[in-house]
Design a protein around this ligand. Structure first.
Ligand SMILES: [Fe+2]
Length: 175
């Protein structure tokens, strides 16, 4: 920590002034950057399934997964810009995402639609758990705005889980 309130690892030009302490910025930045990396990982996986689903209800799955991918993608920029507002730095590259992501990539050649839904439920549940823990961490580090932003994003994650769970109740049909 320094007397100027900057986190040592952040270049001076990028150290947005903040009344948060360097340790608080560091803790929030680390937690949120992991969430952003997982957002990217889940975005790509959801798009992967959007592109590669094969089912008699193709269009339903295809559209649902596109809506979910859009919501995930939109949350990424909101979180990254929030980190810049408190003087942290965020994701810089695909390899940086790879270092931080906890949601695993999916490179299977073919996945049945029902299995796609189950995998996305598991990943979104993991993301929700981590988002909830990050909200708690923001509270502990006096960063209420980041916590508030995450509450909305967690609500969107829970909406995806709801839709995916509902879809998974229909056997082989989405009707
Ligand atoms: Fe598309």
């Amino acid at each position: 920590m320094t007397s100027t309130g900057k986190t040592p690892s952040v270049p001076t030009q990028l150290a947005t002034p903040t009344d948060l302490k360097p340790g608080e910025v560091k803790a929030v930045t680390a937690a949120v950057n992991r969430l952003i990396a997982d957002g990217f990982a889940l975005y790509v996986k959801t798009k992967n399934f959007h592109w590669h689903v094969a089912s008699s209800h193709f269009r339903d799955y295809h559209l649902l997964l596109d809506e979910q991918a859009d919501a995930i993608f939109n949350s990424i920029d909101v979180l990254a810009e929030r980190i810049r507002r408190i003087g942290g730095t965020t994701i810089r590259s695909v390899s940086h995402i790879g270092q931080l992501q906890t949601i695993k990539d999916d490179n299977d050649d073919f996945v049945l639609p029902e299995e796609m839904i189950l995998r996305l439920i598991a990943d979104n549940r993991q993301l929700a758990e981590n988002q909830r823990a990050a909200i708690e961490l923001c509270d502990q580090n006096r960063d209420t705005p980041t916590g508030n932003i995450l509450q909305d994003i967690l609500d969107q994650t829970e909406k995806r889980i709801w839709f995916l769970h509902a879809v998974s109740q229909g056997g082989h049909s989405m009707e």
